[in-house]
Design a protein around this ligand. Structure first.
Ligand code: ADP
Ligand code: MG
Length: 403
C-alpha cells in the first residue's frame, strides 16, 4: 500500500487529489453532535493543503435513497471541516455534475472543495458493476490522484471506495494507515489475556463476528441489544427486549464451542428495564427498574446492564492485556441507560491493557460521556470495518489501495 507520504514526496503541487473521507457524522436537526470523524481526516487534508494540492473531499452520509435529499446533505460537515482547517472550504451541491466541476475548476493550489453526499447518486452503492463503474468514471474525471482515507467505509465495495481507486493513481491516507496498524496488533502476536467487549444494536452483524473471535479471544463480554439473544439461548425470558430469534441456534452453538475452547462468555447478572424505548430527544426521567437477568418480566424491555453487572464487567476487564470494545452496553443516548457504558469505559481507563474502541456510536459514547478520548489506546472511526477486519475478511477498500 503506497501512502500519502510517498505521494507528497513525488510532488503534488497543483494536482487535483480526490480524498475519499468518512464524514458520516451523527446529526440532530442538521447540527453535528459529534465531529470525531471530521477531525480524523484532518491530518490528511492538512498535509495535502500544505503540499499545495487541490483537494477534493468526498464522503457518504447516512442512507439516502440514491437521490438528493436535504436531510442528508454534507454541507454541515463541509462547514465544520472549514472551521477545523481554519480556511474556507468550497461546497458543490452535486457529486459529479456542473457544480462539482465548477468547484474543482475554481480551486487554487492549497484549497479544498467538498462535493455533495456520494450516495445521492445511485451508482455509488449499486450492486451492478456497470452502473458503479460509470459513476466511478465520472468521479475520476474530477481528479488526477486518489487518496483513500474513509476507514469507516473500507468494508464496502462502493464506487468511491472500490472502483474509483482502480481508475487513478492511489494512496492510503494517514487515518487508514493508522487504523490498519492498530488492528494488526489485534490479529498478530496479541498480548494476552485478550478480552473482547461487544454491545450495540446491530445484533446480526455482531453475532457474526463472534464465531471468529471465539478462535482468538480469551474472554468475550456481552452487552447491548445482543445480550438478550444470549439470555434467551440460555432459556430465559427476555420480555420485549431486542431479540433475534433466528440467531438462537447460532448462539447456542457459540456457547457450546466457547465451553469446549475454554473461552469465557460474560453475560449480565442484572439489567435495567422499562415498559418502552425511551424518548431520546426529551430525555425525561423514565424510572427504570433493576431486575435479575434471568427474570425479565413480560412487557419489559432491557435497555442497559444493571449495577451488579457493571461491577462484574469491570472485574472481568481488570486483568486484560488487550481489549477490543465495540458497541455501547445500553441505550447510552438517554442518561437513565448510560451507566453500563460509562462503567465499561471507566474500567478500560483503569486497566493497563492496550485498548481499541471501534464503532461510531461507541466512540461517540466515550466523548459524549465526557471521557478523554486520548486516554484510550486507540479509538477507531469504523465499527463495521474494524469488525470485518477482525473477522479476517478482505476489505474491498483496502484491497483496492493495495493493488
Ligand atoms: P457502534 O456504532 O459503536 O458499532 P451500534 O451502532 O451497533 O454501535 O449500536 C449503537 C446503538 O445501540 C446505540 O444507539 C444504543 O442506543 C443501542 N443500544 C444499546 N443497547 C441497546 C438495547 N438494549 N436495546 C436497544 N438498543 C440498544
Ligand atoms: Mg452505530
Amino acid at each position: 500500500m503506497k501512502t500519502i507520504d510517498e505521494l507528497i514526496g513525488e510532488g503534488v503541487e497543483g494536482r487535483r487529489v480526490f480524498v475519499r473521507a468518512d464524514l458520516n457524522v451523527p446529526l440532530a436537526d442538521g447540527v453535528i453532535t459529534d465531529d470525531g470523524r471530521i477531525r480524523a481526516v484532518l491530518p490528511t487534508v492538512r498535509a495535502l493543503v500544505d503540499a499545495g494540492a487541490k483537494v477534493i473531499v468526498a464522503s457518504h452520509l447516512g442512507r439516502p435513497k440514491g437521490a438528493p435529499d436535504p436531510a442528508f446533505s454534507l454541507l454541515p460537515a463541509a462547514e465544520r471541516l472549514g472551521e477545523l482547517l481554519g480556511a474556507p472550504v468550497a461546497f458543490a451541491q452535486d457529486t459529479v455534475g456542473p457544480a462539482a466541476h465548477d468547484a474543482v475548476d475554481g480551486l487554487q493550489p492549497g484549497q479544498v472543495a467538498v462535493i455533495e453526499n456520494l450516495r445521492f447518486n445511485p451508482g455509488e452503492i449499486s450492486k451492478d458493476d456497470t452502473e458503479r463503474g460509470e459513476f466511478a468514471d465520472r468521479l475520476a474525471a474530477l481528479a488526477d490522484v486518489y487518496v483513500g482515507d474513509g476507514f469507516g467505509a473500507v468494508h464496502r465495495g462502493h464506487a468511491s471506495v472500490y472502483d474509483l481507486p482502480a481508475r487513478l493513481p492511489h494512496y492510503a491516507g494517514y487515518l487508514i494507515a493508522t487504523e490498519v496498524g492498530v488492528l494488526r496488533k489485534l490479529t498478530e502476536d496479541v498480548k494476552r489475556p485478550y478480552t473482547v467487549v461487544l454491545g450495540g444494536a446491530k445484533v446480526s452483524d455482531k453475532l457474526g463476528v463472534i464465531g471468529h473471535l471465539l478462535e482468538k479471544a480469551d474472554r468475550i463480554v456481552i452487552g447491548g441489544g445482543m445480550l438478550f439473544t444470549f439470555l434467551k439461548a440460555q432459556g430465559h425470558d427476555t420480555g420485549s427486549s431486542l431479540l433475534q430469534d433466528d440467531q438462537l441456534p447460532a448462539v447456542q452453538e457459540y456457547l457450546k464451542r466457547a465451553q469446549e475452547r475454554g473461552v469465557e462468555f460474560v453475560l449480565p447478572v442484572d439489567v435495567l428495564v422499562a415498559p418502552e424505548f425511551p424518548d431520546l430527544k426529551a430525555k425525561a426521567p423514565t424510572h427504570p427498574e433493576t431486575v435479575a437477568a434471568d427474570a425479565i418480566p413480560e412487557g419489559r424491555m432491557g435497555l442497559d446492564i444493571g449495577p451488579a453487572s457493571q461491577e462484574l464487567y469491570a472485574a472481568k476487564l481488570a486483568d486484560a492485556a488487550t481489549v477490543f470494545w465495540n458497541g455501547p452496553m445500553g441505550v447510552f443516548e438517554h442518561p437513565d441507560y448510560a451507566e453500563g457504558t460509562r462503567a465499561v469505559a471507566q474500567a478500560l481507563l483503569d486497566s493497563p491493557a492496550f485498548t481499541v474502541v471501534g464503532g461510531g456510536d461507541s466512540a461517540a459514547a466515550v466523548r459524549i460521556l465526557g471521557f478523554d478520548e486520548n486516554a484510550f489506546g486507540h479509538i477507531s472511526t469504523g465499527g463495521g470495518a474494524s469488525l470485518e477486519y477482525l473477522e479476517g475478511k478482505t476489505l474491498p477498500g483496502l484491497a483496492a489501495l493495495e493493488n
